[in-house]
Design a protein around this ligand. Structure first.
Ligand SMILES: Cc1cc2nc3c(=O)[nH]c(=O)nc-3n(C[C@H](O)[C@H](O)[C@H](O)COP(=O)(O)O)c2cc1C
Length: 201
Protein backbone atom coordinates (compact mmCIF):
# COMPACT_ATOMS: atom_id res chain seq x y z
CA UNK A 1 0.00 0.00 0.00
CA UNK A 2 1.45 3.41 -0.90
CA UNK A 3 1.41 6.48 1.34
CA UNK A 4 -1.74 7.92 -0.19
CA UNK A 5 -3.69 4.64 0.07
CA UNK A 6 -2.52 4.22 3.63
CA UNK A 7 -3.73 7.65 4.62
CA UNK A 8 -7.02 7.10 2.81
CA UNK A 9 -7.45 3.77 4.56
CA UNK A 10 -6.79 5.47 7.86
CA UNK A 11 -9.41 8.08 7.08
CA UNK A 12 -11.91 5.36 6.22
CA UNK A 13 -11.46 3.21 9.27
CA UNK A 14 -11.01 5.81 11.94
CA UNK A 15 -14.13 7.07 13.66
CA UNK A 16 -12.60 10.51 13.75
CA UNK A 17 -9.67 10.22 11.38
CA UNK A 18 -7.46 13.25 11.37
CA UNK A 19 -3.97 14.42 10.79
CA UNK A 20 -3.01 15.87 14.11
CA UNK A 21 -1.31 19.22 13.65
CA UNK A 22 1.72 20.58 15.38
CA UNK A 23 3.75 17.46 16.06
CA UNK A 24 7.32 18.36 15.26
CA UNK A 25 9.34 16.00 13.08
CA UNK A 26 12.76 16.75 11.63
CA UNK A 27 12.01 20.44 11.34
CA UNK A 28 8.51 19.97 9.95
CA UNK A 29 5.16 18.42 10.82
CA UNK A 30 4.93 14.68 10.88
CA UNK A 31 2.11 12.67 9.39
CA UNK A 32 -0.23 11.30 12.00
CA UNK A 33 -3.06 8.82 11.44
CA UNK A 34 -5.81 8.12 13.95
CA UNK A 35 -6.49 4.43 14.52
CA UNK A 36 -9.81 2.71 14.98
CA UNK A 37 -10.63 1.87 18.58
CA UNK A 38 -10.39 -1.89 19.20
CA UNK A 39 -13.53 -3.91 19.74
CA UNK A 40 -13.04 -4.73 23.41
CA UNK A 41 -16.07 -7.01 23.39
CA UNK A 42 -14.76 -9.01 20.42
CA UNK A 43 -12.18 -11.68 19.76
CA UNK A 44 -11.82 -15.20 21.07
CA UNK A 45 -12.21 -15.98 24.78
CA UNK A 46 -9.06 -15.25 26.77
CA UNK A 47 -8.54 -18.91 27.68
CA UNK A 48 -8.68 -19.87 24.00
CA UNK A 49 -6.11 -17.18 23.18
CA UNK A 50 -3.85 -18.50 25.91
CA UNK A 51 -4.27 -22.03 24.57
CA UNK A 52 -3.44 -20.87 21.02
CA UNK A 53 -0.57 -18.45 21.79
CA UNK A 54 2.58 -19.64 20.04
CA UNK A 55 5.51 -18.63 17.88
CA UNK A 56 4.99 -18.97 14.15
CA UNK A 57 7.96 -17.95 11.97
CA UNK A 58 6.07 -18.56 8.75
CA UNK A 59 5.24 -14.88 8.42
CA UNK A 60 3.74 -13.24 5.34
CA UNK A 61 5.05 -10.06 3.70
CA UNK A 62 1.77 -8.16 3.40
CA UNK A 63 1.13 -5.12 5.59
CA UNK A 64 -1.25 -5.68 8.48
CA UNK A 65 -4.47 -3.73 7.88
CA UNK A 66 -5.08 -0.61 9.93
CA UNK A 67 -7.92 -1.87 12.16
CA UNK A 68 -5.77 -4.85 13.12
CA UNK A 69 -2.75 -2.61 13.64
CA UNK A 70 -4.91 -0.49 15.97
CA UNK A 71 -5.90 -3.56 17.95
CA UNK A 72 -2.30 -4.80 18.19
CA UNK A 73 -0.90 -1.46 19.31
CA UNK A 74 -3.69 -1.02 21.81
CA UNK A 75 -2.96 -4.52 23.16
CA UNK A 76 0.71 -3.56 23.45
CA UNK A 77 0.46 -0.15 25.03
CA UNK A 78 -3.06 1.25 24.79
CA UNK A 79 -4.80 3.25 27.49
CA UNK A 80 -7.62 1.23 29.00
CA UNK A 81 -8.91 3.56 31.72
CA UNK A 82 -10.04 7.13 32.06
CA UNK A 83 -7.19 7.82 34.48
CA UNK A 84 -4.72 7.39 31.63
CA UNK A 85 -3.27 4.07 32.73
CA UNK A 86 -2.40 1.34 30.29
CA UNK A 87 -3.23 -2.28 29.43
CA UNK A 88 0.27 -3.11 30.68
CA UNK A 89 1.40 -2.24 34.21
CA UNK A 90 4.65 -0.32 34.74
CA UNK A 91 6.72 -0.05 37.89
CA UNK A 92 5.60 2.99 39.87
CA UNK A 93 3.42 3.81 36.85
CA UNK A 94 6.40 5.51 35.20
CA UNK A 95 5.19 4.45 31.74
CA UNK A 96 8.68 4.60 30.24
CA UNK A 97 8.14 2.51 27.14
CA UNK A 98 7.55 3.21 23.47
CA UNK A 99 6.33 1.12 20.57
CA UNK A 100 7.24 1.61 16.91
CA UNK A 101 5.54 -0.07 13.97
CA UNK A 102 7.80 -0.82 11.00
CA UNK A 103 5.56 -0.94 7.93
CA UNK A 104 5.95 -0.80 4.19
CA UNK A 105 5.16 2.91 4.25
CA UNK A 106 7.55 3.90 6.97
CA UNK A 107 8.24 3.58 10.66
CA UNK A 108 5.51 4.86 12.91
CA UNK A 109 5.46 5.70 16.60
CA UNK A 110 2.37 4.70 18.56
CA UNK A 111 0.74 7.59 20.42
CA UNK A 112 -1.39 5.94 23.10
CA UNK A 113 -3.15 9.11 24.28
CA UNK A 114 -4.44 9.80 20.78
CA UNK A 115 -4.59 6.10 19.80
CA UNK A 116 -2.81 7.18 16.65
CA UNK A 117 0.44 6.58 14.83
CA UNK A 118 2.91 9.24 13.76
CA UNK A 119 5.48 8.60 11.06
CA UNK A 120 9.02 9.02 12.30
CA UNK A 121 10.91 7.53 9.32
CA UNK A 122 10.05 7.32 5.65
CA UNK A 123 10.60 4.21 3.54
CA UNK A 124 10.33 0.46 3.92
CA UNK A 125 12.85 -0.72 6.56
CA UNK A 126 11.36 -4.17 7.15
CA UNK A 127 14.25 -5.95 5.42
CA UNK A 128 16.49 -4.71 8.25
CA UNK A 129 14.56 -7.21 10.37
CA UNK A 130 13.02 -10.33 8.83
CA UNK A 131 10.86 -8.72 6.14
CA UNK A 132 7.58 -9.62 7.84
CA UNK A 133 4.48 -7.56 7.07
CA UNK A 134 4.76 -5.73 10.37
CA UNK A 135 7.63 -5.46 12.82
CA UNK A 136 6.94 -3.96 16.23
CA UNK A 137 9.83 -2.49 18.20
CA UNK A 138 9.63 -2.10 21.96
CA UNK A 139 11.90 0.58 23.42
CA UNK A 140 12.65 1.74 26.94
CA UNK A 141 15.47 3.41 28.91
CA UNK A 142 18.73 1.44 28.82
CA UNK A 143 19.17 1.81 32.58
CA UNK A 144 15.60 0.88 33.58
CA UNK A 145 15.84 -2.42 35.42
CA UNK A 146 12.12 -2.96 34.90
CA UNK A 147 12.24 -2.46 31.12
CA UNK A 148 12.48 -6.15 30.22
CA UNK A 149 9.42 -6.86 32.35
CA UNK A 150 7.49 -4.04 30.71
CA UNK A 151 8.27 -5.05 27.14
CA UNK A 152 7.63 -8.70 28.02
CA UNK A 153 4.11 -7.78 29.12
CA UNK A 154 3.66 -5.91 25.87
CA UNK A 155 4.76 -8.66 23.51
CA UNK A 156 2.71 -11.20 25.42
CA UNK A 157 -0.41 -9.07 25.02
CA UNK A 158 0.33 -8.80 21.30
CA UNK A 159 0.93 -12.54 21.10
CA UNK A 160 -2.49 -13.12 22.63
CA UNK A 161 -4.04 -10.61 20.26
CA UNK A 162 -2.42 -12.52 17.39
CA UNK A 163 -3.90 -15.76 18.70
CA UNK A 164 -7.29 -14.06 18.77
CA UNK A 165 -7.05 -12.76 15.21
CA UNK A 166 -5.25 -15.69 13.57
CA UNK A 167 -2.03 -13.76 12.95
CA UNK A 168 1.42 -15.33 13.10
CA UNK A 169 4.00 -13.70 15.37
CA UNK A 170 7.53 -14.18 16.56
CA UNK A 171 9.38 -12.22 19.25
CA UNK A 172 12.96 -11.62 18.08
CA UNK A 173 16.04 -10.48 19.95
CA UNK A 174 18.26 -10.71 16.88
CA UNK A 175 18.47 -7.45 14.86
CA UNK A 176 16.17 -5.73 17.36
CA UNK A 177 18.33 -2.59 17.41
CA UNK A 178 18.79 -2.29 13.63
CA UNK A 179 17.03 1.08 13.61
CA UNK A 180 18.18 2.53 16.91
CA UNK A 181 20.57 4.98 15.28
CA UNK A 182 17.74 6.39 13.14
CA UNK A 183 14.76 6.30 15.50
CA UNK A 184 13.96 9.47 17.45
CA UNK A 185 14.47 7.61 20.72
CA UNK A 186 14.73 9.69 23.89
CA UNK A 187 18.32 10.00 25.09
CA UNK A 188 19.50 6.80 26.77
CA UNK A 189 16.71 4.66 25.34
CA UNK A 190 17.15 1.49 23.27
CA UNK A 191 15.06 -1.14 21.53
CA UNK A 192 14.85 -4.15 23.83
CA UNK A 193 13.06 -6.58 21.53
CA UNK A 194 11.18 -6.80 18.24
CA UNK A 195 8.06 -8.75 17.36
CA UNK A 196 7.24 -9.73 13.81
CA UNK A 197 3.55 -10.02 12.99
CA UNK A 198 1.79 -11.00 9.78
CA UNK A 199 -0.75 -13.29 8.23
CA UNK A 200 0.73 -16.81 8.22
CA UNK A 201 2.13 -17.80 4.85
C1 LIG B 1 12.92 -12.73 24.77
C2 LIG B 1 12.75 -13.61 23.55
C3 LIG B 1 13.67 -13.52 22.52
C4 LIG B 1 13.51 -14.30 21.37
N1 LIG B 1 14.36 -14.13 20.33
C5 LIG B 1 14.18 -14.85 19.20
C6 LIG B 1 15.02 -14.61 18.07
O1 LIG B 1 15.93 -13.79 18.09
N2 LIG B 1 14.77 -15.34 16.95
C7 LIG B 1 13.76 -16.26 16.87
O2 LIG B 1 13.59 -16.88 15.83
N3 LIG B 1 12.94 -16.48 17.93
C8 LIG B 1 13.12 -15.80 19.08
N4 LIG B 1 12.27 -15.96 20.15
C9 LIG B 1 11.15 -16.93 20.05
C10 LIG B 1 11.44 -18.18 20.87
O3 LIG B 1 12.38 -19.00 20.22
C11 LIG B 1 10.10 -18.92 21.11
O4 LIG B 1 9.24 -18.11 21.86
C12 LIG B 1 10.38 -20.24 21.83
O5 LIG B 1 10.95 -21.17 20.94
C13 LIG B 1 9.12 -20.84 22.44
O6 LIG B 1 8.16 -21.07 21.44
P1 LIG B 1 6.66 -20.57 21.65
O7 LIG B 1 6.69 -19.05 21.62
O8 LIG B 1 5.88 -21.15 20.51
O9 LIG B 1 6.19 -21.04 22.98
C14 LIG B 1 12.41 -15.21 21.29
C15 LIG B 1 11.50 -15.28 22.34
C16 LIG B 1 11.65 -14.47 23.45
C17 LIG B 1 10.62 -14.57 24.55
Amino acid sequence: MNRRDFLCAGATVAAAAMVLPGLAFAGGERTTVALQRPDTAGGKPLMTCLAERRTNRDLGREDVDLPTLGALLWAAWGINRENGRHVVPTAMNKQQVAVYAVRGDGVWEYLPKEHAIARVLEGDRRSLFDGSGLVLLYAAPREDRFAGMHVGSMYQNVGLCCASTGLANCVKFQKRDALDSELPLPKGWMTYISQSVARPR
